[in-house]
Design a protein around this ligand. Structure first.
Ligand code: ZN
Length: 365
């Protein structure tokens, strides 16, 4: 007999019962509440259709107001097949698992299919999903926290979803493909740079335009040599990487260097790492940060081809506890160009900030 249906009252039954009987009716009791909550959504969120309303209702549930994996508040991402809401940092780890394990979507900006929304609603969100995926979490085990390192996060998320270590043993799915592929061979750096979910799809590398990134300067960077560091910056988007020149012995380097990266159809976050050049050994990392490109890209898609003659603010990426922003980052049209100023606090390091300016270069028609 199937173990899933055996024990009533066990949380784990909820998921499967919902999926059998309810398909969508469950959430009618949650009316859409006032406009106040809509602050959670980017300015460019898509118009509310009946289906995205279902998604918003789910988001309003208490358990879905924090990331399912690290408890960071206000998660704006989701894994549609697993049925959890996620913060940006955990989302990027999920993305690296591949879409066969976790299908990551932005709550505010991606186009959700009926099927994705239904599968999300059937699970019911974080509590239900965690009652399954964390059912056998060892006593005293501590989950990642909002400020946990990428390594700690990656280890936990892989154990939880890919290896399914905390699942009731009888529910564990036998891995048919790829799941265990890269665990052993991937270094953390490779994981950090590995391309987004669509490793296999050919059109993922087709560019929709170019992102020009001016690396302006670093502030109060960490010391990696005796008294100083020789910093340089690597930027990565999908599989493409670019880097700045190295500046010798300077904790407040001014680069003012312009780099370009093609933006693929299915872009992920822009990843930034700062390194200290070392003559005699491997270069030391001096922190990293991610730029959520969704607000910028939404603005670029809305305004990019119009060549508006007036300077105006057209968007904003808001500072939050689960992103690396030092302050809200505005997106403006300046002299007909779409630009975004980004002031980042480097993560996983004792100190350091980086100032960038993004600019959109549309494809020529
Ligand atoms: Zn998280």
């Amino acid at each position: 007999m199937d173990d899933r249906n055996l024990i009533t009252g066990n949380m784990s039954n909820r998921v499967y019962e919902y999926s059998k009987s309810n398909s969508g009716n469950l959430y009618h009791e949650y009316g859409l509440q006032g406009g106040g909550r809509s602050n959670r959504f980017h300015e460019y969120s898509k118009a509310t259709s009946g289906n995205s309303r279902k998604l918003k209702e789910l988001l309003l549930k208490n358990d879905n107001r924090v990331c399912a994996d690290c408890n960071a508040p206000d998660p704006k991402w989701a894994s549609a097949n697993i049925g959890v809401f996620l913060c940006l940092k955990c989302c990027s780890v999920h993305r690296n698992l591949g879409s066969d394990i976790s299908k990551v979507l932005s709550v505010t900006l991606d186009e959700w299919s009926e099927e994705d929304i239904d599968s999300m609603a059937e699970v019911g969100g974080n509590s239900s999903a965690n009652s399954i995926y964390e059912a056998y979490l060892p006593k005293g085990f501590s989950k990642p926290k909002p400020n946990s390192s990428i390594e700690e996060r990656t280890k936990f998320i892989r154990s939880k979803y890919e290896l399914q270590e905390f699942l009731k043993p009888s529910l564990r799915m036998v891995s048919t493909k790829s799941s265990f592929k890269s665990c052993a061979s991937n270094t953390d750096l490779e994981a950090f740079y590995s391309p987004t979910s669509s490793k296999n799809s050919a059109d993922a590398s087709e560019s929709i335009g170019t992102l020009k990134i001016k690396v302006i300067r670093g502030i109060n960077l960490a010391i990696r040599d005796f008294r100083s560091s020789d910093p340089y910056v690597i930027l990565a988007l999908g599989q493409q990487k670019v880097k700045t020149s190295m500046i010798k012995s300077n904790l407040n380097p001014v680069w003012n260097e312009e780099l370009k990266l093609p933006v693929p159809q299915r872009y992920g976050a822009l990843k930034l790492q700062v390194f200290d050049h070392d003559m005699f050994s491997a270069d030391d990392i001096m922190g990293e940060a991610e730029v959520d490109l969704h607000p910028f890209m939404a603005a670029a898609i809305a305004f990019g081809d119009n060549g508006l003659p007036i300077d105006m603010q057209i968007g904003k990426w808001l500072k939050s506890s689960d992103n690396a922003l030092m302050k809200d980052s505005t997106i403006n049209i300046i002299g007909g160009k779409i630009k975004q100023e980004v002031h980042l606090k480097l993560q996983n390091v004792e100190s350091g900030e980086i100032e960038l300016e993004l600019e959109w270069i549309p494809l020529l028609h």
